[in-house]
Ligand binder design. Structure first.
Ligand code: ZN
Length: 419
């Protein structure tokens, strides 16, 4: 797209207000009404070469345009310089935001449902903690997943409103969103006052239903060339009164999936405020989700680390073995939680038994020393010591038989005494 549009700078973005116009049932008419000749409408087309040609042609036909709204998707803006392109992008976003704020309906998601108001914060967290192991287990039926929890205002408001079941079922629209969130979330259909056991039983039923529906969606659209189904578990689980659980192969993707669903909520709110939300149809979503290029991108991703998706609780992680364990778990891809560890791992300070005094080596200390990288004795004199309150590596201890391999106490100034 960027290479085909005749402009020095082209920006393609997915702002909530822009996608709200792009996913409105009358998006073309709204674009004309909001922007006049300044922004043109491009009907939905899958991202790729042809979409680039479409935008290029529309730009030719609309010489006064600074950008386009891409139906069902996002926006593209252009300019002669990077600054101009950025300013044009911001103008499209800001104008759409202002129009929604000024002309949008007051309650686009409908009234709050009786009994679906958010629980108080402490009860919300308590219920989330009680449900999280079960929901993570359900979301990990095909492969282990890491979870993230969000109880932000946008989420709690959405799941408390009358229209949320209908809108959630329509799914997200922007390709960059549903590749992370899956085409639709799983939504608990019980109020927050429902007993915990009843909620758990219902979640299991809904999960079985979700998997069956996802498999049916795959079967409806798959062709003999389609990649195999990548898993039928939900990436987003909405629990009224409590919040949203999002899942991914690691903590970062789980969090980003949740953030994209918050974007999708904002998009639905804007579209419903002005018109009605009309995402791209299911067949198109499938063609993107199981696009060969998308599959190739997944194949190129690095292999997961050995402890990816595993979660461990490390106690005594503030220092020593506990901290080293927490950092090792993280390095191997695990998600570790340590109640006390926030400091970086001790990189150089050996335990007491491994700190020989000069000239008095033991076989144990010798083996420790030989395993240390030699670079530890290369610190330039006067640089801030890596741990001024601890032992430092020195080559200047008087009388040391092996000056380049000697532990000594830190200098009074807290700088490394190595020459
Ligand atoms: Zn895009």
């Amino acid at each position: 797209m960027h290479g085909l549009v005749e402009a020095a700078h082209v920006d393609h973005l997915h702002p909530d207000s822009g996608i709200a116009i792009a996913t409105s049932a009358d998006g073309a008419e709204l674009t004309r009404r909001i922007f006049g000749e300044k922004v043109a409408w491009v009907p939905w087309r899958r991202p790729g070469f042809q979409l680039g040609l479409d935008i290029a042609e529309i730009k030719e036909r609309n010489p006064n345009a600074i950008g386009v709204i891409l139906g069902g998707h996002g926006i593209t803006a252009w300019g002669d310089t990077s600054e101009e392109c950025r300013a044009n992008s911001l103008e499209i976003i800001g104008t759409a935001e202002a129009y929604i704020a000024e002309h949008g309906a007051a309650e686009p998601f409908g009234p709050v449902l009786d009994g679906y108001e958010p629980l108080p914060a402490d009860e919300r967290r308590e219920r989330a903690a009680a449900l999280f192991p079960l929901i993570r287990g359900l979301a990990s039926a095909d492969r282990p997943q890491v979870g993230h929890f969000t109880d932000g205002e946008a989420v709690l408001d959405f799941v408390s409103r009358a229209e949320h079941p209908r809108l959630a079922a329509l799914g997200t629209s922007c390709p960059d969103h549903f590749l992370r969130t899956k085409v639709a979330p799983m939504v608990l259909d019980l109020p927050p006052s429902a007993p915990l056991d009843e909620v758990k039983a219902r979640l299991k039923e809904l999960h079985a239903q979700y998997r069956a529906e996802y498999a049916a969606y795959y079967d409806r659209h798959a062709t003999p060339d389609s990649p195999a189904m990548r898993g039928a578990d939900p990436a987003i689980v909405l629990v009224p009164g409590v919040g949203m659980f999002s899942f991914g192969a690691n903590k970062q993707t789980a969090r980003v999936a949740g953030e994209f669903y918050v974007n999708a909520i904002n998009v639905m709110r804007g579209a419903e405020a002005l018109s009605s939300y009309a995402p791209i149809d299911e067949a198109e979503k499938f063609r993107i989700e199981y696009w060969e290029l998308e599959e190739a991108k997944l194949r190129r991703m690095p292999k997961p680390k050995p402890l990816a998706t595993r979660v461990a609780l490390v106690t005594g992680g503030g220092s020593g073995i506990g901290a080293a364990t927490a950092h090792r778990l993280a390095a191997e891809g695990g998600a570790s939680s340590s109640p006390t560890s926030t400091s970086p791992p001790p990189r150089r300070s050996p335990p007491n038994w491994a700190r020989p005094r000069c000239g008095r080596r033991t076989s144990r200390s010798r083996s420790r020393r030989t395993s240390r990288p030699r670079t530890r004795s290369r610190r330039p004199s006067g640089t801030p010591c890596w741990r001024s309150a601890a032992w430092t590596w020195s080559s200047t201890t008087p009388g040391c038989r092996s000056p380049s391999r000697c532990w000594t106490r830190p200098s009074p100034t807290g700088t490394c005494s190595t020459t």
